[in-house]
Design a protein around this ligand. Structure first.
Ligand SMILES: Cc1cc2nc3c(=O)[nH]c(=O)nc-3n(C[C@H](O)[C@H](O)[C@H](O)COP(=O)(O)OP(=O)(O)OC[C@H]3O[C@@H](n4cnc5c(N)ncnc54)[C@H](O)[C@@H]3O)c2cc1C
Length: 500
């Protein structure tokens, strides 16, 4: 046995600092030294403002006070994502967090709803999602403080300022004994075995380690430039490869959800923080020039800009070996799926959770590495399929980009999910997946994919009985939401100061 006595993290963006915070929380400082190298001169990508609900759990597990975190990172609450123009140009739908409906006499809610829909009931699926109803009326209250109420099954994530998150996590990790080194890595030295021995900084300092975590962003300095891990390219399913991002002033109330608006060659986002909006356009360079994308973004932003737009090229896919030898890659260094469902920070946290689960010694047993890579690739593929679904079922044929999406060949795993669902609403369950049934049902419904029938198991319930339950549930949610604070009022109560 030769336990790791020093781990070196290269890169101080969200990935580097989240890794540092999680390692410092889990490993005793006297047993394992952790050093993070970052270069102020190179900076970070400074983007990544929308999260998914497990992020809130992660903050709690790190022992961070949520209110303090919200204040420090300019955060707002997120109940889901509103999609405009994806199915048809004029359609809008909502992907909420949390549950949709409750089982009726042990029967799955969704199947009950399908049955009464088939009998002519015209209630919408989202009428039974506490998050959708709160989002629609711009209201928010934490479901954790309302467990046995009609909104108890809701869930939430946060919109955050990425640079402030990195700063917050840096303070957290440094307070727990992390060593931070300022410097630019110019050379990576390897042992005869191929394992990384040390990194050399521009000023000549050499930093040794037993294990290295590559958090150098798209550069992938260790995992790719040094260890040549290889890349699994998914541009045949997700053609967007560029983004233009900008910070603007608010142009209306601070809404508790992200907006994703379909555009001619991709989609634009609007993410509300307390004191500004994050906006941007994700597009495919096969279908739009940078100049056209920039004018589309500027035309749509609707409020004064706080900075010049920034162009960010990216490649969709993941490293063939996310962990190779004594190097783990995290964040953008490990891979990237366009930010439609805001999953990148989640994948960083998962990457660290699995690393702690399959924690190696200095030899990095290949069986641990293999299992880690298998598990992470399963997460990447699940998210890829969910994101591809948003494009593939479009009915739009008004521009070349959407026609391409309509005609693309889908990953087999997604094709199988769609066929199963289209039969009678059944879902293919994976292990510990990020997106659960209510997410798939919402996007299927929003994109016009409907089961041809319901599961006839629910025929043991009379339609009138189901319809009465649905009426009660709908009015209970609406009745409660009407009396909740607006999102802005709730934020104000958390901050203790005005948002003005
Ligand atoms: C358009 C866009 C929108 C996004 N939106 C979201 C979102 O809504 N939600 C979400 O979860 N994620 C989002 N992401 C992803 C998110 O931005 C990243 O996952 C997250 O910021 C982590 O980035 P990182 O730390 O891997 O890389 P970076 O922030 O690029 O950090 C890289 C670090 O490595 C350092 N470095 C690089 N080279 C060297 C060197 N030679 N020596 C020393 N240090 C070096 C840099 O200085 C920096 O500190 C988005 C990404 C893009 C491109």
């Amino acid at each position: 046995m030769s336990p790791l006595s020093k781990i070196v993290i290269v890169g101080g963006g969200s990935a580097g600092w989240l890794a540092a915070a999680m390692l410092r929380q889990h490993l005793k400082a006297e047993l394992c030294e952790i050093e993070l190298i970052e270069s102020a001169e190179l900076g970070t990508i400074g983007i990544g403002e929308s999260t998914v609900p497990p992020f809130v759990g992660l903050i709690q597990r790190l022992g961070i006070d949520e209110r303090e975190f919200i204040r420090a990172t300019d955060a707002t609450y997120k109940l889901g994502i509103q999609f405009a123009g994806w199915h048809r140009r004029t359609d809008t739908y909502f992907h909420p967090f949390g549950v949709i409906g409750k089982p009726i006499d042990t029967h799955e809610f969704y199947q009950c709803w399908l049955k009464v829909r088939a009998a002519g009931d015209c209630s919408s699926l989202q009428d039974f999602s506490p998050c959708s109803v709160m989002a629609e009326s711009g209201r928010f209250f934490p479901p954790t403080k309302a467990r046995n109420t009609p909104i108890g099954g809701a869930n939430y994530a946060l919109h955050v300022d990425a640079s402030l998150v990195a700063r917050f996590l840096r303070q957290y990790a440094e307070a727990r004994g992390l060593k931070r080194t300022e410097g630019r890595v110019t050379c990576v030295k390897q042992r005869e075995s191929g394992f990384i021995k040390s990194v050399v900084l521009a000023d000549g300092r050499e930093i040794d380690g037993d294990f290295f975590i590559d958090c150098t962003g798209f550069k992938s300095l260790l995992i790719e430039q040094t260890l040549h891990s290889g890349f699994v390219d998914w541009s045949q399913f997700l053609p967007c490869d560029r983004a233009i991002a900008i910070k603007t002033e608010h142009d209306g109330p601070v809404q508790p959800y992200t907006k994703a608006i379909a555009q001619a060659a991709g989609w634009s986002w609007r993410i509300p923080l307390q004191h500004r909006l994050g906006q941007g356009y994700v597009y495919s360079s096969r279908f739009s020039s940078d100049a056209d994308a920039r004018s589309t973004l500027i035309r749509n932003i609707g409020s004064p800009c706080l900075e010049e737009p920034r162009l960010i090229p990216f490649q969709t896919g993941h490293r063939r070996h996310i962990w190779k030898q004594n190097c783990l890659s995290l964040g953008l260094a490990a891979g990237f799926i366009e930010p439609l469902e805001a999953t990148a920070i989640h994948l960083i946290a998962r990457g660290m959770e699995f690393f702690l689960r399959y924690f190696p010694d200095r030899n990095c047993d290949p069986s641990l590495v293999r299992e880690y890579n298998r598990r992470m690739v399963a997460d990447y593929e699940e998210i890829r399929d969910f994101v591809v679904l948003h494009y593939s079922a479009t009915q739009r044929d008004d521009c070349a980009f959407w026609r391409w999406c309509k005609e693309m060949t889908l990953p087999d795993s997604l094709q199988e999910r769609i066929e199963l669902f289209a039969h009678n609403g059944a879902l293919r369950e994976g292990v510990d997946e990020l997106f659960r049934s209510s997410s798939w049902q919402s996007v299927f419904e929003g994109m016009g994919i409907k089961p041809s029938t319901y599961s006839h198991r629910v025929d043991s319930l009379a339609s009138e009985h189901i319809a009465a339950s649905l009426r009660r549930a709908r009015s209970a949610i609406r009745g409660m939401v009407e009396h909740l604070p607006t999102h802005e009022e709730f934020l104000k109560s958390q901050r203790g100061v005005s948002l003005d």
